[in-house]
Write a protein that binds this ligand. Structure first.
Ligand code: GCW
Length: 724
């Protein structure tokens, strides 16, 4: 009897554990690996009924790799979303989706949509609901298969966001031609400023082994229209151009090709010396020129559609043409000449500044490049960062935008959060990207936004583009912080169309990544929209920047003293006030902008408050529009940042029931860390600036718990470079 009971209990125990494991699997199933390509079963009956009728059969018109990829993706999506596999044959039934081009599909050719398709160019598409032989169908058609793939991803996005698909009439094409990720991956597997693990490129096992993750990477990029990837760091190793590595890069190019993604490499300027054993890398030397030509020919023999080179030259210690008294144009044109016969391009970075500090760093890029307007070959982009200093939490747009009409510029953004709390902090970056893109350069009169400037190069030069340094690594969720995925997604969407709004992108991403619950979407999108402002407030509002810890770029460091660059150069705090005088009476970086902009920025009364201290040295007593004086305003922003992070934590706690435990806990822990960091920034910075302002922290705020010295000595949480 006793034994029986024990056995029964044991059985119960087993059953219970099975149930618990199942529950746990459901609850913990979400690692974030699927990114926004998460095709979980639809939980809305009305939507499900509509989709079940419309998604019965997929008919593709070729078996080339790109259409195969479209077919596979749509199959995956429908099977996941509806729990029902569509058929995949040539019979036209109600609910058929036809994917193809006029060249390979009779059905598409016979439809009356040729003029629409003609408008979509190389990569665009149309998506149309229509009747064919009395059957209700959806047509995804494009001039080229890659357009059809992009159209398929767009269609899937409609499904994932529960849009009605019964009456579609969509015509889309990208506004910019080159939409590129600049990876900063090193050949040893580490990533410069990468906070989501190690490089995705498995140099050891390539080319024999190409991991499924490469395909998933390509799917994610294609789903948002990214069409190029620079595999390696701009602080480049010549080795990446050696035969050994080219063969490996070719294997990646093969994996990415069906998804429309071209491979690019960084080119170390001194590679002819390091791997070619020449005595010089002088761009006007004929043996050097020949070396680059031969190298380009060799690369194209392995990668026939190789995209081209990205180059960081004469910047932060990298070699470059100035080592030989040549110009940036001499260097870029030499490489451009080698790539031109194959259709490749050069992206030549304008991120240069004098390490020995004769000029204001904010003005160096402009000074170097403005004189080279029009001096570059046709297949060269000059690539400035979005702002002139670095990828700061907030900077005004780079003064070169609009002022190099004869040389196409390709702005570079940073998705990886080098100055924004790595992958520990929740910061939605679309508002940052948009802020630059929507800035008015006034270079062709009022309303000449950065977007207008970069799009216009398509008309004037036949090329236009945008790039960003990604946040992608081997972490299971790809980006370290699950909200970092939104920044990869947002960059792709904005590269396709800079006019999309940050809110719309956030809402789509939330639906695809987390939940369709109306309240969830509303509160989380609001939280994301606010998060960039919070990130700025945390690190110095009102136009302050580059006052982080100099070594790690993490945590506060306005006190930092270094022989080359003191933090003081960036904030100029003194007893009178705060801010850098970049007006005509100072370094006159303001004077590098169009006169209307210069005028606006040079007067504290007209300068947008968010850039006030970037351009002006302002008294601590200066009255701000809020009625507070400058000191109080600064303190207000630091204190607000901590409150805002706490608010994010509250919001997050409130949505626990809406999502899986794994991602809930992931974000919860990171927000807690962000709160602690906001306090660190706030108390350290306020106490430091107080040594100049000599004014009290208003009594309504809690006083810092420690003295300034304490905050100065807080060690960086973990620096792998020091951890041997
Ligand atoms: O922001 C700085 C980074 C460097 C980086 C450099 C650049 C790749 O601190 O790590 O080097 O910019 O953009 O070249």
């Amino acid at each position: 009897m006793e034994k029986e009971i024990t056995n029964k209990l044991k059985m119960k125990g087993v059953l219970l554990s099975i149930i618990m494991i199942t529950v746990a699997l459901n609850v913990f199933a979400e690692s974030g690996y699927e990114l926004w390509m998460r095709y979980n079963k639809i939980d809305d009956k009305v939507v499900e009924i509509e989709y079940k009728k419309a998604l019965k059969n997929i008919l593709i018109s070729s078996t080339q790799p790109t259409l195969n990829a479209a077919n596979a993706e749509l199959n995956l999506a429908i099977t996941g979303l509806l729990g029902m596999k569509p058929s995949n044959d040539n019979t036209l039934v109600d609910g058929t989706i036809i994917i193809g081009t006029p060249a390979n599909s009779d059905i598409i050719r016979d439809l009356n949509i040729a003029s629409d398709i003609a408008k979509t160019g190389e990569e665009g598409y149309v998506i149309k609901s229509t009747f064919i032989n009395g059957k209700s169908c959806t047509v995804i058609a494009a001039n080229h298969e890659i357009g059809a793939l992009y159209g398929t991803f767009h269609f899937i996005r409609l499904l994932q966001t529960f849009q009605s698909i019964s009456n579609l009439n969509i015509l889309e094409f990208p506004k910019l031609k080159y939409r590129i990720l600049n990876h900063w991956d090193n050949l040893n597997g580490t990533i410069e400023r990468g906070y989501a693990g190690y490089t995705l490129w498995d140099w050891q096992r390539l080319p024999m082994y190409v991991d499924q993750r490469m395909i998933d990477y390509a799917r994610a990029n294609a789903s948002v229209g990214i069409n190029g990837t620079v595999l390696n760091n701009v602080n480049a190793s010549g080795k990446s151009l050696s035969k050994e590595y080219l063969i490996k890069a070719a294997a990646l190019a093969n994996a990415f090709r069906p998804y429309g993604i071209k491979v690019y490499l960084t080119a170390r300027f001194s590679a002819p010396i390091e791997i070619g054993y020449l005595k010089t890398a002088d761009p006007l030397d004929s043996t050097v020129r020949k070396w680059w030509k031969d190298k380009a020919d060799e690369i194209y023999s392995y990668i026939p559609d190789f995209g081209g080179f990205l180059v960081k030259a004469n910047s932060e210690g990298q070699p470059g043409p100035q080592d030989y008294n040549r110009t940036h144009a001499d260097g870029a044109n030499m490489m451009a000449e080698a790539l031109a016969p194959h259709g490749g391009i050069v992206m030549w970075r304008a991120f240069v500044y004098e390490n020995n500090r004769h000029t204001d760093r904010a003005g160096s890029g402009y000074i170097e490049f403005i004189k080279l307007n029009g001096k570059f070959n046709k297949n060269v982009f000059v690539q400035p960062k979005n702002g002139a200093i670095d990828f700061q939490p907030r900077e005004p747009f780079h003064p070169l935008f609009g002022q190099m009409p004869d040389t196409p510029l390709m702005p570079e953004f940073q998705i990886t959060q080098e100055y924004l709390g790595y992958s520990t902090n929740l910061v939605y970056l679309a508002p940052l990207f948009k802020e630059t893109l929507e800035s008015d350069t006034y270079t062709k009169g009022k309303g000449t936004t950065v977007t207008n400037v970069i799009e216009d190069y398509q008309r004037t030069h036949g090329m236009s583009g945008i790039a960003a340094v990604p946040n992608i690594g081997t972490d299971i969720n790809w980006t370290g912080h699950v909200f970092g995925q939104a920044n990869w997604f947002a960059f792709g969407m904005l590269a396709w169309n800079p006019d999309y709004t940050s809110e719309k992108i956030a809402k789509d991403w939330i639906k695809m990544t987390f939940s369709h619950d109306e309240t969830f979407i509303k509160v989380i999108s609001n939280m994301m929209m606010q998060s960039r402002e919070t990130a700025v407030d945390m690190r110095g509002a009102l136009g302050l920047n580059h006052i982080m810890n100099y070594a790690t770029h993490y945590g506060p460091g306005p006190w930092y003293k270094n022989l080359k660059w003191d933090a003081i150069e960036y904030h100029r705090a003194d007893e009178f006030g705060l801010g850098v005088n970049r007006t005509a009476t100072g370094s006159n970086v303001a004077g590098q902008y169009a006169p209307e902009v210069a005028k606006l920025f040079s007067n504290p009364e007209t300068c947008p408050q968010k850039f006030l201290l970037y351009f002006n040295h302002v008294s601590w007593d200066y009255k701000m529009p809020s009625g507070r004086n400058l000191w109080e305003e600064l303190v207000y922003h630091y204190y607000k940042s901590v409150e805002d992070v706490k608010q994010m934590e509250k919001i997050w706690d409130g949505i626990e029931k809406n999502i899986d435990a794994q991602r809930f806990n992931h974000v919860k822990q990171l927000l807690k860390a962000q709160e602690e960091e906001a306090i660190w920034w706030r108390d350290g910075s306020v106490l430091y600036f107080q040594t100049f302002s000599k004014r009290p922290i208003p009594a309504k705020y809690p006083m810092p718990e420690h003295n300034l010295n304490y905050y100065k000595q807080i060690p960086f949480p973990y620096d792998w470079k020091d951890a041997y």
